[in-house]
Design a protein around this ligand. Sequence first.
Ligand SMILES: C[S@@+](CC[C@H](N)C(=O)[O-])C[C@H]1O[C@@H](n2cnc3c(N)ncnc32)[C@H](O)[C@@H]1O
Length: 234
Amino acid sequence: MTARHAHPATTVHHAKKSARHEFERWAHSYDRSILQHLLFRPTFEIMLEEVTRWRSADAELARATFDVLDIGCGTGTWAALLYGSRLPVRVVGLDYSGEMCRKSLRKARHAGAHDLRFINGDSEHLPFRSGSFDLVTCSHSFHHYPHQGVVVREMRRVLRPGGRVMVADGFRDNIVGWFVFDVCVTRVEGNVYHVPWAEMRRLFEEAGFADIVQRKFNVWAPALLTMGAAPRAE
Ligand SMILES: C[S@@+](CC[C@H](N)C(=O)[O-])C[C@H]1O[C@@H](n2cnc3c(N)ncnc32)[C@H](O)[C@@H]1O
């Protein structure tokens, strides 16, 4: 049981409401935030490197079009980046904030990416059939989820056998990360929880992911990328 699981229902409701409120207000200026340079862009670069490595591992994978779900997609920058890459992808973004989804859609249309889709939804109850995606990504959104174990299980459920998951969030296991995320971000955002490295691994194991790999990057805004694979044989 993590501290997040222990929260009573009213606190959980409050946490979700305040996250939605924060991002409804932030949606319009979000792309101009300094965090884009310090944290979000470097994360997208690392994720793109990992996705490209995975897909180019064999010729069949490299040719096949694959379905991606980005949870907590914000203004859709990562979805657009993937879509604009050389990779053959179909991308769906999902966010709890309706304003973030609208902003993502406007950006995508403006860039001519007419088949990018954005859905207003909750990471805990993904509105998709089991086995709908080849890749699930989630960048700097996970610390907002009151039931993080439930979300990791939902990620596993919507993945096809052999599919991959990538969750990136603030790394709080060194002194810099502890100060940035546990002290500063928690003070600003309120009810959030940046999962320690080992606990994140355990959540992935409990959800049934295999081949778990964790990668720490960035110095002054350190981040952790945790990756896993949905086993092929059920
Ligand atoms: C810091 S932003 C990150 C956005 C984007 N992934 C990025 O890296 O720029 C966190 C996003 O998570 C979304 N979010 C928070 N709680 C959520 C939930 N329960 N389900 C889905 N999205 C959620 C917020 O609305 C917000 O857009």
